[in-house]
Design a protein around this ligand. Sequence first.
Ligand code: ADP
Ligand code: MG
Length: 696
Amino acid sequence: MSMVTETFGSMVFSDAVMRERLPKDTYKQLQRTIKGGHRLNSDVANVVANALKDWAIENGATHFTHWFQPMTGITAEKHDSFISPTSDGKVIMEFSGKELIRGEPDASSFPSGGLRATFEARGYTAWDATSYAFIKEGVLCIPTVFCSYGGEALDQKTALLRSMEAINKQALRVLKLFGNGDVTSVKTTVGPEQEYFLVDESLYDKRKDLIYTGRTLFGFRPPKGQELDDHYFGAIKPRVLAFMKDLNEELWKLGVLAKTEHNEVAPAQHELAPIFTISNIAVDHNQLTMEIMRKVAKRHGMACLLHEKPFAGVNGSGKHNNWSISTDGGANLLEPGDTPYENAQILLFLCAVIKAVDDYQDLLRISVASAGNDHRLGANEAPPAIVSMFLGTDLSEILDAIEAGVQYDSKEKELMKIGVHTLPKFPRDSTDRNRTSPFAFTGNKFEFRMPGSASSIACANTVLNTSVAESLRQFADELEGAADFQTALHDLIRRTIREHKRIIFNGDGYDESWVAEAERRGLMNLRTTPDALSHLLDGKNVELFERHKVFSRTELEARYEVFTESYCKVVNIEAMTMLDMVHKDVLPAMSRQSRALADACLQKAAVLGEGECYEKTVLARLNSAMSRAYDAARKLEGDLLSGKEQEGSTKLSYYYRDVIIPDMNALRAPVDEMEMIADAEVWPYPSYGDLLFGVR
Ligand code: ADP
Ligand code: MG
């Protein structure tokens, strides 16, 4: 344990390090920037940069980079050396305040959705002083935002920071109404639970689909899958355990609070949960976690699969986004308290979330939309594509009672009246056990379960923060003008429950009947990424983001373009990979297998005489599947070519969804059938069984 406390954050330029290494005055001014968002003047920046450089060099760094998250969802870095030449032909290690605060990466290699064309070709990165700098593999990484010269966000982080500012502003207004005027800032907190698969690297290397697309595009189901549920919380295998130990140590050095780890439902699937922290830091840490996971897995001879659906027929991977709001004093605004007054405030915050999720179902769905996640959401798996909320019986009963204007009869026979009686504490058990809900209240936080395992959680949190900020804005407007606060509060809460209770669903989200029920309630069911994206630019959504200064219309249009293009590109790569596999590996291998079967038939016939034989039957089946696979591949090829005639990315995305993906499914079926018939020795790829049960 002492080891951990010593190494924890050892590679982070943390508050403690800053306090120790910066002159008092500089430290104070930097704190003003971090806490209050004040501009850092260049003298201070120079002092900070110098201290940062000395610290980094002492800890083995030779280069620095502005670390940022372009709209692709991965992180980007371009390494620059600290070395500067001197006039006498030597070098010194230098790093200026200017280099700390601002960088100019070549923006043309990152997607901009047309933003760069409209403004300047270049982009710049700017230090996000609220997220600590850290050293990763000898490189000092400075967390930054990435913008165009016109100031348009070209990354995931800028909007997230703006959304945190929006919810801060509106939440403070509401807190003031409850007499909490002393709170100076409100921050959203996030703890993302990351799911992933581990497979043996030597097997991974034999699968083009995993290498090019991150998921298997073919694969016949293994005799044993996850039906016995014997993997979940089962004993962790020694190799995986060694990986997890190493991973934790790496993450701790970087200040990532990795806490729990366990096996997940599917074989070879695991989960890592960090201790929650402030949203923007949590987003940075999650990006780091994914990167380090891949690296450490490789060191252990394994490949870490972060794709949402690496294996058909086996549970996919998500990223449960635990979210709450807390004050600068660390009080969780969703944690039921001890006084009635406190609880009226919590109830209002809960209502703000309920209203936000109902009003902006589409944005929540969009925030997690990707070609990969389409295989989970709406595909009969956790969670469905329909956004709904699970509140648990306790809270639901309380809300029902408030709405009906009757007394809430809890187990203790307590009377429930807002602002008068105490809200009961919600026992965790009663709130956390609906695994099918996409958005669940879990006692003192919400768990948004739709995000996919591979993507950044920046977008989801930006939508959450902004939509809740909007509810709070409306609430504050109404309550600030009220003659009688208590009455107005009561009316507001009742009305909010009545207007938005359709979003609350405590039943089984996987059940067929829910789809019909949700439709009856008027909830949206956006099954695919193109369906979801078609709502991004709806008037109410543009208005929301513009009002809270999170995205301008131009920025949203750019994002629409980037997301749509990215969907098309992903599907296109998958389709091309399938064709490559079928033509280069599968059909040639099956041709050899056919020949062997045919030879066997002939030889048998020579001995036994003509007649039916096992090999002949198999050969006929194989031959039929080969023909069907070949035809399906030809159709896919032709349709991919016709795709070039589609004008614009929107049309193309629908074309990929409606034509290419069905073609891909049609191709997969006969190939999987062949894998079932074929000799294991002849099949060109490791099987699902090998992959899923290969790590011991
Ligand atoms: P479990 O679901 O395993 O019983 P917890 O409910 O404690 O465990 O936590 C699940 C995840 O939720 C963890 O990543 C944790 O850090 C996160 N979490 C807990 N409290 C909060 C909060 N107030 N804000 C954001 N995330 C939180
Ligand atoms: Mg969870």
